[in-house]
Structure formats: structure tokens, C-alpha cells
Design a protein around this ligand. Structure first.
Ligand code: ZN
Length: 305
């Protein structure tokens, strides 16, 4: 499906090149995005040349999110649409196809990520793991999609988009290094991250941490007593000290795990809240992508060390 979107985008761009410029080539580009993490890449690259409307705020779960009437209008009004893709916005797939068919410039940021680096967990039945922002170096690979798309829409600002993209790329390279260094300070036998859903697979791979999720790769899958028992057993056997809740997933699943472990006489605590599929409140450090990543890393290091 994503291939179809890209084709649609390309066809439209080719059409633009031969048929003239977009109306918006002088003013600021109106962009609509899905998650805050996607919005940040567009804001960083676009600078003053874009005005971004983002659909999913803090604490919103993109796997379950359904577009409202107002969202459809916000998408229709946009010059460009950016989303994560790889089925993260699982209930919005048809809408993106429709928008692309209407000729709207519609881009999945995940498109430019090297597919050989994408995780394909067996439990996800042939789909890629969409949580690519958890490996900062992987997320940096999405910048060219935004640079390319904005440059196409406003060629006069191409130089700014390229420079902004390079600056953000350097910022993310530093952030990636920081994650590596900080997480390496956790003793290897304690490097186990238990969370509510399997969002942290790329994180675990990039920073050498074993990751165990109660729910599958998307929160649409149900978890059962069996899953709880499996994780209770693992925590008890390995004497893990902390598990984590996520800002965009209800706490009750992890609380059930904690209760189960305690009933077996081992004390485990909730090490804190991690930002997984949504950033924190705007205006707080966690309301930015680097801030959210740092919060997660510090919370994990403090609790597992
Ligand atoms: Zn997720």
C-alpha cells in the first residue's frame, strides 16, 4: 500500500514539474502531520517556510487513532501531508490513499529508511515494526523525505531545507551517541526492558537492551492472562527490579504484571513512565523528540542501574 502512495506522490510531482508551480510556492506551506514526532521533523526542516497542523497530541495512541471529520478537513486543506507509515497509523491507511489519489502530496517518512534495517518480528505476520524513531540513527534517515518533498513544493527555499535538514541530522547524531553512552552504563545482566507494548524493539537493537513487551507490536492486539503469566515468570526468575508504563497505553496491563510478581514474593516496581508512541506536553522538555528520548533513557538508566 505504501508503494502505491509513493507512486501517487511521484506521479503528482512529475505532473507539477511539467505543468507549472504550486500555488503555495511563495507563501508558507500548509502541512498536516499525524504524530508529534513526525511533526517535529517537518518543523525542523521547514522552519519559517511551513505552518504545521498536527493531528495526534500528547498521550494519543496512533495505532488506535481514528480521524475525525475535522481531521479530514485539516488533511484536505494541507499542501502536504506527512505520516509515519509502516501501518503505525493503522486506522488511517485508507485516508492517506484517498488523499494521494486526489493529488495531495502525501508522504510516509518511513519510505526512505533502508528496508534492510527494518525489523520484521514474526508475531507481526509479515509487516515491519513501525516504531522506527526508537533508534535515533534510523529516524535520522527520514529527514531526506521531508527535505525532498518540501523542496519540490517550494523550490525557492531548497537551500534552507537542505541546511535545516543537515542541522537536525547532526543534532540526532549527537542524541544517538548520548543514548549509546548512557545505556551502556547499565550492567549487562540488568539490561532488560519490560514495557506495555512492543514499541521498543529498535531501541533494544540499537542500544543493546533486551526488550519484552506485554502486548504485541500494536496496541490493537489483546493481551491475555497467558501473556501476563509469561512476563511475571520472567521478571521473577531474573529478579528484575523495574517495569515501565507508557504514556500512550493504559497502565492497567503493567499494574497486573506488578501485582502478579509481588504475589510470588518478588518485589518489582514501576520504574517510571516512558514516552513511546506520543511525545509529552508542548512546552515541556518531553514535548520534543530529543527531550522525549532523553527522558526515556534517563528513566531507564535510573531504574535499572
Ligand atoms: Zn506502538
Amino acid at each position: 500500500m505504501i508503494r502505491v502512495l509513493v507512486m501517487a506522490g511521484l506521479v503528482f510531482m512529475l505532473g507539477c514539474e511539467s505543468g507549472g508551480q504550486m500555488e503555495t510556492s511563495t507563501g508558507s506551506l500548509k502541512v498536516t502531520t499525524t504524530t508529534g514526532i513526525v511533526a517535529e521533523v517537518v518543523r525542523k526542516v521547514g522552519g519559517d517556510h511551513v505552518s504545521v497542523v498536527n493531528l495526534m497530541g500528547p498521550g494519543v495512541d496512533p495505532h488506535l487513532y481514528k480521524a475525525s471529520e475535522g481531521d479530514i478537513q485539516r488533511l484536505e486543506k494541507a499542501d502536504l501531508i506527512f505520516y509515519n507509515g509502516l501501518n503505525l497509523e493503522g486506522k488511517m491507511g485508507e485516508i492517506f490513499v484517498k488523499m494521494a489519489r486526489k493529488g495531495k502530496l502525501t508522504f510516509a517518512l518511513s519510505e526512505s529508511v533502508d528496508t534492510r534495517l527494518l525489523r520484521e518480528p514474526p508475531e507481526f505476520q509479515g509487516h515491519y515494526d513501525p516504531h522506527i524513531w526508537f533508534d535515533v540513527s534510523l529516524w535520522a534517515q527520514t529527514i531526506p523525505v521531508v527535505v525532498g518533498a518540501l523542496s519540490e513544493a517550494k523550490p525557492s527555499a531548497r537551500g534552507d531545507f537542505v541546511a535545516n535538514g543537515e542541522r537536525y541530522d547532526a543534532e540526532l547524531a549527537d542524541l544517538h551517541e548520548y543514548c549509546r553512552d548512557r545505556l551502556a552504563s547499565i550492567p549487562s545482566e540488568r539490561r532488560v526492558l519490560v514495557t506495555a507494548h512492543d514499541a521498543f524493539g529498535y531501541f533494544g537493537r540499537a542500544y543493546n537492551i533486551e526488550v519484552v513487551g506485554l502486548q504485541g507490536i500494536t496496541t490493537t492486539s489483546e493481551y491475555g492472562l497467558k501473556d501476563v503469566q509469561r512476563i511475571v515468570q520472567l521478571i521473577t526468575e531474573r529478579r528484575l527490579s523495574a517495569v515501565f508504563v507508557e504514556s500512550s497505553v493504559p497502565k492497567r496491563s503493567i499494574e497486573a504484571v506488578v501485582a502478579g510478581v509481588r504475589s510470588r514474593g518478588h518485589n518489582v516496581r514501576i520504574g517510571g513512565q516512558l514516552f513511546s508512541d506520543a511525545m509529552g506536553e508542548p512546552g515541556t522538555p518531553e514535548g520534543t523528540y530529543p527531550g522525549m528520548v532523553r527522558h526515556n533513557v534517563e528513566t531507564i538508566v535510573q531504574s535499572l542501574k
